[in-house]
Design a protein around this ligand. Structure first.
Ligand SMILES: [Fe+2]
Length: 189
């Protein structure tokens, strides 16, 4: 379950309905997927894509996405710092940014045209769709681990255009972490 913070208002939202509702007002789609079949989080990419094929195909049909892949980032990823530095400044894309989180955790900051900056912390099971043109930036949480399905309308267009507003400098990339996430069935603390 995602956690949404509105730092300017000192507000934190933690229920699925509240998070989805607030983001919908910002033009961001938030959803939660459950795999049709059990799949290990470290399964090969094709197995991950197969497990969520129904949801992926529905999203493709709705959003005009043509391809899907699985990105895997961990502390051993070569060039990790350079990769993160590309996306942790406020930017926008000419394509939607669609991410379904398979494992790990990350923090999107979204800067709506008419509203305060929103920090949304995503974890396994969360789907977020940031429409093209939306100002945003992204950080990994301290574990530096994320595995996610990405959907593309055109992979050639996947370029960050920087706003150079400096707004991102006003926000600490702080993840609230496990304490905010209810344990899954079968897990113990
Ligand atoms: Fe982005």
């Amino acid at each position: 379950m995602a956690v949404l913070r509105i730092p300017e208002h000192g507000k934190t939202l933690t229920t699925r309905e509240e998070v989805a509702g607030y983001l919908a007002n910002c033009g961001i789609e938030y959803n939660h997927w459950t795999a049709a079949q059990q799949v290990a989080v470290d399964a090969p990419p094709e197995e991950i894509l197969r497990a969520y094929a129904r949801e992926i195909e529905a999203l493709k049909a709705r959003g005009g996405y043509v391809t899907a892949d699985v990105i895997d980032v961990n502390p051993q990823t070569p060039g990790l710092e350079a990769m993160l530095a590309k996306f942790n400044r406020e930017h926008w894309h000419s394509e939607d940014e669609v991410r379904f989180i398979v494992a790990g955790r990350g923090l999107f900051h979204i800067h709506p045209k008419n509203g305060p900056v929103v920090a949304i912390e995503v974890e396994a099971g969360d789907l977020i769709t940031i429409p093209r043109g939306t100002w945003h930036w992204f950080d990994l949480c301290s574990e530096h681990r994320i595995r996610a399905i990405r959907l593309f309308q055109d992979t050639q267009g996947w370029t960050p255009y920087y706003t150079d507003s400096g707004v991102d400098q006003n926000f600490q990339p702080v993840c609230l972490g496990q304490a905010y996430f209810p344990l899954s069935a079968g897990e113990t603390s």
